[in-house]
Design a protein around this ligand. Structure first.
Ligand code: AMP
Ligand code: MG
Length: 392
C-alpha cells in the first residue's frame, strides 16, 4: 500500500501524452495543441476601416471634401487613390484606399450634394492597420494551448483549417460483477442496477472522450479473455469492481496473466483503497473499486489527471484550494480520506452519506476534501486541501 502522494507522482510519471494527430479545426474544441500554429497571413490582411463613415485625405486646412467613391466591405479598393480634399464613403471592415489618412465616423460628418463636411471637429484615425492583430509567419497559438471557442475562432481568422493536437484516448469501460443488471430490466433477488458505467461515461463525455463499454461476469476465464482483446485495442481501460481481495475478484490476476505491468496496487486512502494502476505498452489500465463512490473518487483524483496528461495538459490534477472546515469532524482510522464536501462562502462542509457504496452526496458536492492520515479530530476552522470538482 502506497501513500496518496506517491500514487499521484506515479500517475504523472506514467501518463505520457499520446502521439499527436492532425484534425479538422471544426472538431478541435477541447483538444490541446501539439504544435505551434504559424499565421499564413497578416491580420487584418489590409488597412481596414473601423467605422461606417468617410475615408478622407485630410488636411487641417480643408473642412469640406469632394465625395468621389463608395467602398463597401469586400470591395477591392487597391485601384482607388484619394487626393487632398477628396473622400470616399466607407463602411466598417472595408479596405482603406491609398491617400486616406483618416476615417471620419458618419455621426461626425454631414453629406450633401457630393460634398462631405466635418461637423464634429477632430476624429480618431479609425483605421485598423494591416497586421495589427498578427503578422504573417507569427506564432498565433502555442503548443499546450487548450482550444476553446475563442481560440478556434482566432485560428479561423487566419484561414487555418486543421490543427495538430494530442488525440483523446480510445477508452473502454468494463463493469464486472454477477450481481449487476442494466436499467430497464427487473431486479431479481440479489441483484443491483449497474451504475458505474454510465457515471464514468458521463465524466468522460464531458472531456469529449467517447467510450465503449462491456460487462463481465465474475469468472476468471471471462475476465482474462476480455483483457487480452481490450489491451490490443484501447489506450485506456477503466475496469470497475473485482479488484479487491474477494474470492471472485479476478481483475488483478487477469492483468498478471496478460502481462500488464503493475505500477501500483492499493493506496492509503478511503474510499478507493484497492485502486490498481497498470500499463502494457501504451495502454493504461485503472482497476477501480466497484463501490460507486470509490470508483468516482478514484476517477477524479487519479484517472482524470492521467487522461489530462495523455491529452497533453500541463497541469493535469484537479485545482486545489485550502479551505476551513465549518464544523468539527471526526475521521476514523489512519488512511487519507477524500470526503464529498461543499465549499461555500463560510468554508467547507462535509456532506452526509459518506459510505463508499453511496452516491447521494455527489450532486451537491463541489469538492473532495482531503483529510490526511494523522488528522482524526478535525476542528471547525482547521484548514484542509480541497480538490475542486469540475462544474460541468
Ligand atoms: P467489488 O469491488 O467488485 O467487490 O464491488 C464492491 C461493491 O460495489 C459491491 O457492492 C458491488 O455490488 C458494487 N458494484 C460493483 N460494480 C458496480 C457497478 N458497476 N455499479 C454499481 N455497483 C457496483
Ligand atoms: Mg464484484
Amino acid at each position: 500500500m502506497i501513500p496518496v502522494k506517491e500514487a499521484l507522482e506515479l500517475i504523472s510519471k506514467h501518463s505520457a501524452s499520446l502521439t499527436p494527430e492532425r484534425i479538422d479545426l471544426k472538431s478541435a474544441l477541447g483538444f490541446i495543441l501539439a504544435e505551434d500554429v504559424i499565421s499564413p497571413i497578416n491580420m487584418p490582411p489590409f488597412d481596414q476601416s473601423a467605422m461606417d463613415g468617410y475615408a478622407l485625405n485630410r488636411t487641417d486646412a480643408i473642412e469640406i471634401y469632394d465625395l468621389k467613391y463608395r467602398i463597401q466591405a469586400g470591395d477591392d479598393a487597391s485601384g482607388i487613390h484619394l487626393n487632398p480634399g477628396e473622400c470616399a464613403r466607407i463602411y466598417t471592415g472595408a479596405m482603406i484606399p491609398s491617400g486616406c489618412n483618416t476615417v471620419i465616423q458618419q455621426e461626425n460628418a454631414s453629406e450633401s450634394e457630393g460634398k462631405v463636411t466635418i461637423v464634429n471637429g477632430a476624429d480618431n484615425l479609425n483605421i485598423r492597420p494591416e497586421g495589427e492583430q498578427y503578422k504573417q509567419n507569427e506564432i498565433i497559438a502555442s503548443v499546450g494551448q487548450l482550444l476553446n471557442p475563442g481560440g478556434i475562432g482566432f485560428l479561423a481568422s487566419a484561414g487555418i483549417q486543421s490543427v495538430h493536437v494530442y488525440p483523446k484516448p480510445k477508452t473502454l469501460i468494463i463493469a464486472t460483477g454477477n450481481e449487476l443488471v442494466e436499467a430497464g430490466n427487473e431486479l431479481k433477488k440479489g441483484q443491483i442496477y449497474e451504475s458505474n458505467t454510465i457515471m464514468l461515461q458521463s465524466a468522460l463525455s464531458a472531456l469529449s472522450i467517447p467510450t465503449e463499454s462491456i460487462k463481465l461476469a465474475d469468472e476468471k476465464e471471462v475476465v482474462v479473455k476480455a483483457f487480452e482483446s481490450a489491451l490490443e485495442q484501447y489506450d485506456l481501460i477503466l475496469v470497475s469492481g473485482g479488484i479487491s481481495v474477494g474470492d471472485y475478484d479476478f481483475v488483478r490476476e487477469a492483468m498478471d496473466v496478460n502481462e500488464v505491468e503493475e505500477i501500483f496496487y492499493k493506496v492509503r486512502q478511503k474510499p478507493g483503497k484497492p485502486l490498481y494502476f497498470g500499463k502494457k505498452k501504451h495502454t493504461i489500465v485503472f482497476g477501480l473499486p466497484g463501490n460507486p463512490s470509490s470508483a468516482l473518487t478514484s476517477f477524479y483524483i487519479y484517472v482524470l489527471p492521467a487522461i489530462q496528461s495523455l491529452t497533453g495538459r500541463n497541469s493535469p490534477f484537479l485545482q486545489q484550494k485550502s479551505v476551513a472546515l465549518t464544523h468539527d469532524f471526526h475521521k476514523k482510522g489512519t488512511l487519507t480520506n477524500f470526503v464529498r464536501a461543499k465549499i461555500s462562502e463560510h468554508g467547507v462542509t462535509v456532506l452526509s452519506h459518506q459510505s463508499s457504496a453511496m452516491l447521494n452526496a455527489w450532486s451537491e458536492a463541489n469538492a473532495l476534501l482531503m483529510i490526511p492520515d494523522e488528522s482524526n479530530e478535525c476542528k471547525e476552522g482547521d484548514l484542509f486541501t480541497a480538490f475542486l470538482l469540475p462544474a460541468y
